[in-house]
Design a protein around this ligand. Structure first.
Ligand code: 5AD
Ligand code: SF4
Length: 488
């Protein structure tokens, strides 16, 4: 879905350059052209196109990064496919927020090695947050020599250059930066959906929650220039996008590092003015930075979706302090009240960690209390995972696994029971759904996303994909609805 014509015109002038330009993104245009030649040559030798598969782990940020890689890969000449074992190039875009994500990558790499032994020209690339951890790269260098290229989160824009180096050297290429203050604009990017897209508004995080590895692997907070963001939204809309999700680890602190500082609420007001944009979402919000102005913008806006993902992490003020979250249980509850007063039908979702060091049964009861008081529409629940290098990893009083598991099960039960009841509160109302796909199990149905992020299945056809359709929500099935389209 990338604009081939536009890019071939842009890239054309880089074809006959002898040396790589020093400025970005021009330098990458030069390397994309170089890679095109290598791919073309190999594809001619094989008598077929070269195939690539990207496997994305983790959050929306990674999903967006994978779209950027896809844009570059398609420009280089790869065809994207679903089956990993048939691919000539497999990329794992990794996550390291919790240890089990790392273990999955090592496990899958072992399997991939067996495929590569049969298919020796296969390339394996690794990128994403896990690669920003020095001990991971050491392990890969030592025990996973069959990996061809390793690059990090800060220099993802350099992907074509790293790949060209691999083609030229025939050796494992490792290019990881510790941090960056750089944001490179204007590179190709693909979109998974034609009608909705993520848009990065900022990178990195300065919060240093004591359990979290993100600030170490995604670096310091830096905001994109508002002009660049608005230009991207305008382009997306002119290309058929109706819904935009603004992405950042902590969108509420957007703009603080800009030369002309700007708040997130101000940015939303500007983006909202883009004609043709129908829906605007954002994530993730840190409760400590959520301003009254933002609540006012959400209240007044006809485009901002009535959904807020507001990670609470714990309900115990004592634990929140140890987590370095910088709000108390009471402040969180007050904030929820304020938001609900301004936007009564808002859907609230959250993230909760159980088993943080020194968490007692009383602390856990405080978390359950918050869950019961707020009545989240859904919650992602996580077992605390010790991340090397974070302050929490060396705290005394790590909670035994069986205690954590028991709390986790109790929490999940509570969260699910409440979510199912809350979901039903919209039953028999009419809400607008953005149709995303034909239902997998029943092709007479389509699946649409409501502005509160819930899904509704209703009779429809594939021609409706990408359309905003008013739907009566007939029955709630716990986490989704069955509905019917109504005349506008
Ligand atoms: N252990 C468990 N969960 C974590 N998260 C972040 N770090 C950890 C960790 N070390 C969760 C938080 C965050 C979400 C993206 O992942 O709840 O909001
Ligand atoms: Fe991690 Fe906290 Fe930053 Fe979120 S706000 S990415 S939990 S450090």
């Amino acid at each position: 879905m990338i604009d081939q014509e536009k890019w071939s015109t842009i890239l054309e002038e880089y074809e006959h350059l002898d040396v790589a330009p020093v400025t970005e993104p021009q330098r990458q245009y030069y390397f994309i052209k170089k890679c095109q030649q290598y791919v073309k040559q190999e594809s001619e030798e094989l008598g077929r196109p070269l195939y690539c598969k990207i496997v994305t782990f983790g959050c929306q940020m990674n999903a967006r990064d994978s779209e950027k890689l896809t844009g570059i890969l398609e420009e280089i000449g790869y065809e994207m496919i679903d089956q990993e074992e048939k691919a000539d190039f497999v990329i794992y875009n990794t996550c390291t927020v919790r240890e089990n994500a790392n273990q999955r990558v090592y496990g899958r790499l072992g399997q991939l090695n067996r495929v590569k032994r049969k298919n020796t020209h296969m390339l394996i690339g690794l990128c994403g947050c896990m690669m920003q951890e020095p001990h991971v790269v050491e392990k890969l260098k030592k025990s996973y020599r069959f990996v061809d290229l390793i690059f990090g989160t800060h220099n993802i824009y350099k992907f074509a250059e790293v790949l060209a180096t691999r083609f030229e050297s025939g050796r494992m290429v490792i290019d990881i930066w510790k941090d960056t203050d750089r944001i490179v604009e204007d590179l190709p990017s693909d979109r998974k959906y034609s009608f909705k897209s993520g848009v990065n508004i900022m990178f990195g995080c300065n919060n240093f929650c004591s359990y979290c590895i993100v600030p170490y692997v995604r670096g310091r907070e830096r905001s994109r220039n508002p002009k660049d963001i608005i230009r991207e939204v305008e382009r997306l809309v002119s290309d058929g996008v109706k819904e935009v999700m603004l992405l950042g680890q902590n969108v509420n602190s957007y703009g603080k590092t800009l030369e002309d500082p700007m708040t997130f609420a101000e940015l939303l007001r500007e983006i909202e003015k883009v004609d043709g944009l129908e829906r605007l979402r954002f994530m993730t919000s840190h409760p400590k930075d959520l301003s009254d102005d933002l609540i006012a913008v959400m209240k007044d806006s006809s485009k901002i979706c009535h959904h807020l993902h507001l990670p609470v992490q714990s309900g115990s003020t004592r634990i929140l302090k140890k987590m370095n979250r910088r709000y108390t249980k009471e402040q969180y509850l007050e904030l929820v009240e304020k938001i609900r007063k301004a936007v009564p039908d808002i859907s609230l979702t959250t993230d909760i960690i159980v088993g943080f060091p020194q968490e007692t049964e009383e602390d856990f009861q405080e978390t359950l209390d918050v869950v019961r008081k707020v009545r989240f529409d859904s919650a992602f629940t996580f077992i605390y995972s010790k991340r090397t290098g974070t302050p929490a990893s060396v705290m005394e009083g790590q909670v035994p696994q069986e205690v954590v598991k028991d709390r986790f099960d109790r929490l999940l039960k509570e969260v699910q029971a409440i979510a199912a009841k809350e979901c039903a509160r919209f039953e028999s109302t009419v809400r607008t759904a953005l149709v995303e796909e034909v239902n997998d199990q029943d092709p007479s149905l389509v699946t649409g996303r409501l502005d509160n992020n819930l899904l509704v299945h209703f009779p429809g056809t594939k021609e409706m994909i990408g359309a905003l359709v008013p739907v009566r929500l007939l029955t709630c099935k716990g986490f989704y609805y069955i509905g019917e389209a109504v005349e506008k």
